[in-house]
Design a protein around this ligand. Sequence first.
Ligand code: ADP
Ligand code: MG
Length: 307
Amino acid sequence: MLHTENLTKHFGETTAVEGLNLDVAPGEIYGLVGPDGAGKTTTIRLLVGALHPDGGTIRVAGYEVPRRAEKAREHLGYLPQRFSLYEELTVLENLRFFAEVRGLSAAEWLPRSMEILEFVGLARFSARRAGQLSGGMKQKLGLAAALVHKPRLLLLDEPTTGVDPVTRQDFWQLIIRLVSEEGVAVLVSTPYMDEAARCNRLGFLREGRLLVEGTPTALRRQLEGRILELRGENLRALRSLAEADPLVEHAHLVGDRIHLRVREGGGSAPKAAAQLQKRLAARGGAVTSLLPVAPTLEDVFISLSSE
Ligand SMILES: Nc1ncnc2c1ncn2[C@@H]1O[C@H](COP(=O)(O)OP(=O)(O)O)[C@@H](O)[C@H]1O
Ligand SMILES: [Mg+2]
């Protein structure tokens, strides 16, 4: 449904996207993750034809973008990172606007709008002014607007950033239904690792380049045996002690624990843990426990960000 080859975009001296190859199949959720400024929004804006690439090719539902962007857009729904709706119009009037822009006829827009409002859970609020919706409801209206013409490819740019956890949960249930029941292809950028874990495949972007790509499980496997979980008192002091140890490549706080990444070639995880525990204690660290744990996606992304 989506295919890019060697996609490249510069802004003056800045390389926003460099040599990007992406493929997203029908029924697949592809997650684009990476730090701020990595090029996620630029990538998505190139895909919708809002920006002109400096090089490479894009195909959306078989249509070349930007040359056939009009045709591609018939199959594509887009929820921008900063979605704007008409605050003075009601929910239904907003949807009517997006439906008419998409070319739905007078006979089509109302039944389709009601169907889609039902789907996103806003049917009860169809007469409410958009300016009076909560942040999460606005995002759902944004999703409804992106879906009003039944696209086969949905592009979502950080759709749940700043939205409360319950609404994020609802939002993902909707995405999963679209994908599993209607075979929609989804490309979603997200800063949330719990959302990344829900994607079928992930691409990690940094400085415009795709550093790694794979299923969440495969990405976690790359750090298998290299993450230790440290518990103890005075976590900040413990973290400094741990980081100063030659066995430790990186240490970061995870709630009331510390995740340590052991250097490659640091031996088996249990052995490294035992060694390190002794050394930390010898230097006055108040260690409660130090044990090998399964790597999380957060561990993976921290590791990729600092390489
Ligand atoms: N319109 C623009 N003009 C100049 N630089 C831009 C523009 N849009 C994005 N950039 C730059 O391109 C890089 C990628 O930005 P962006 O795609 O917004 O990243 P992300 O969405 O991953 O945070 C950043 O360095 C950003 O400052
Ligand atoms: Mg962005």
